[in-house]
Every structure is written in structure tokens, then in C-alpha cells.
Design a protein around this ligand. Structure first.
Ligand code: UDP
Length: 219
């Protein structure tokens, strides 16, 4: 059997990746399938941690929500990630995987507070850790959260699972531009310079500074 390339990773599924075809809310079959795949990776001897997005519940200040206070909107977004974390925890535990949800916004009745040393202890004990509520701060994304938690827990890569059918990094949005080319490997700096829409620039810069590779794939 080939040995895995990384010993510890952060998997960052978008919120929509946990929803069904509608892209909204949660889908039981999708959650169960995601849980099975996560466990299959763990069974290869990889410590998987998960940072969940929230876009299936909240898309921010769009449409009728234009004009909402930005911080207020981001608080709603972070709460959406907590719902996703709890749903994924349920799916993983039903599939036999012990997990802990750690929230950056304290809500001790439903999740542990995020404490790095405690997260490390969970990983040592073979528990799968799901990081919820983003960084706990408005004006950030869960992509940045994934990069931050990766650095904190010593993960060697961030695996960004998208939902849109775009299975990697392209020179332009392949859904809009027919001649968009797929880039099999590209440096962080090139992503920034070319304005490639992989992650927000805060997340890319953080990964660049901390030498974290980002792998983009369609879940
Ligand atoms: N969010 C935030 N701070 C964070 C992480 C997330 O305010 O540290 C909010 C923000 O409003 C964001 C939402 O939570 O839009 C959901 O996260 P994201 O958009 O990254 O989810 P995804 O698009 O991956 O589903």
C-alpha cells in the first residue's frame, strides 16, 4: 500500500458541499458519504481535522440582505458553520468515528471551546476534530480559518473541497469562460498576482507565509 503524503491535514468542505443538489440546508446522504470518505482517509493513517464552511445556510449580504451590518452578517455566517459541524459530527459518529466539535465562539452546551492544546490532545487520542464558528471574528472566511488551524495544529496541507463542479484551479472561471485552462500546480504568489479565485487573499497569503500547500478538488 502506498503511504500517505501527509500525516495531518485540514479538510475544508464548503457549506454547499454538505447540502444536496439545491446547495441549501443539509442532505443526509451527502453527509453520510462525506463521513465515509473522511474515515477512509483516516484509515490510511492520516489525522484529519475539518473546518466547515457555512454557505449552505448563509450567503452574506446579498440580495435582500444588502445593507445589513457586516459584522452582524458574519456572526450569522459563523453560526451556520456550527450547524454544519454538528451535522457532520453526527454523521461521523454514526459511522463509528469519535469526534469533537470545537467552537471559536463559546457555546459550551453544544460544543467545546476551541483551545489549541486541547485540540492537540484530541488528535493524540485519535479523535477527529471539527473546528466550528470560523476564527470567531467577523471579516474572515472559513478558508482563512482552515489555514490558521492548519498552522496551529501542525497540519501539512489544506484540502479545499468545493461543490461547484470546478475540480481544481483554473486560469479563469471554467463555468463562464470556455478557454479557461486547468493549472495542475501554481505558486501562492502566482495565485495572488493573477487574481485567481482559489481562496480569498488573506487565506492564500497565510498559506504562503506558513508554507502550506492548498489542494483544491470537487467533493
Ligand atoms: N465567517 C466569519 N469569520 C470567520 C469565518 C467565517 O465571519 O472566521 C462568516 C462569514 O460571514 C462567511 C460565513 O461565516 O461568509 C461562512 O463561511 P464561508 O463563506 O467561508 O463558507 P463557505 O463559502 O466555505 O461555505
Amino acid at each position: 500500500m502506498t503511504s500517505p503524503r501527509w500525516k495531518r491535514i485540514v479538510f475544508k468542505p464548503s457549506g454547499e458541499a454538505l447540502a444536496g443538489d439545491s446547495g441549501q440546508g443539509l442532505d443526509g446522504d451527502t453527509l453520510a458519504a462525506t463521513a465515509r470518505e473522511i474515515i477512509a482517509v483516516r484509515d490510511m493513517g492520516v489525522d484529519v481535522t475539518v473546518v466547515v464552511g457555512g454557505g449552505n445556510f448563509w450567503r452574506g449580504r446579498q440580495g435582500a440582505m444588502t445593507g445589513m451590518d457586516a459584522t452582524q452578517s458574519d456572526h450569522i455566517g459563523m453560526l451556520g458553520t456550527v450547524m454544519n459541524a454538528l451535522a457532520l459530527q453526527d454523521a461521523l459518529e454514526r459511522a463509528g468515528q469519535t469526534t469533537r466539535v470545537m467552537s471559536a465562539i463559546e457555546m459550551p452546551r453544544i460544543a467545546e471551546p476551541y483551545i489549541r492544546r486541547r485540540a492537540m490532545r484530541h488528535l493524540e487520542k485519535g479523535r477527529l476534530v471539527i473546528f466550528a464558528a470560523g476564527t470567531g471574528n467577523p471579516y474572515f472566511t472559513t478558508d482563512t480559518t482552515a489555514a490558521l488551524r492548519a498552522a496551529e495544529v501542525g497540519a501539512e496541507a489544506v484540502l479545499k473541497g468545493t461543490h461547484s463542479g470546478v475540480d481544481g484551479i483554473y486560469s479563469a472561471d471554467p463555468r463562464l469562460e470556455a478557454d479557461a485552462g486547468k493549472l495542475t500546480a501554481v505558486s501562492h504568489l502566482e495565485v495572488l498576482n493573477r487574481g485567481l479565485k482559489v481562496m480569498d487573499s488573506t487565506a492564500i497569503t497565510f498559506c504562503m507565509d506558513n508554507r502550506l500547500p492548498i489542494i483544491v478538488f470537487d467533493v
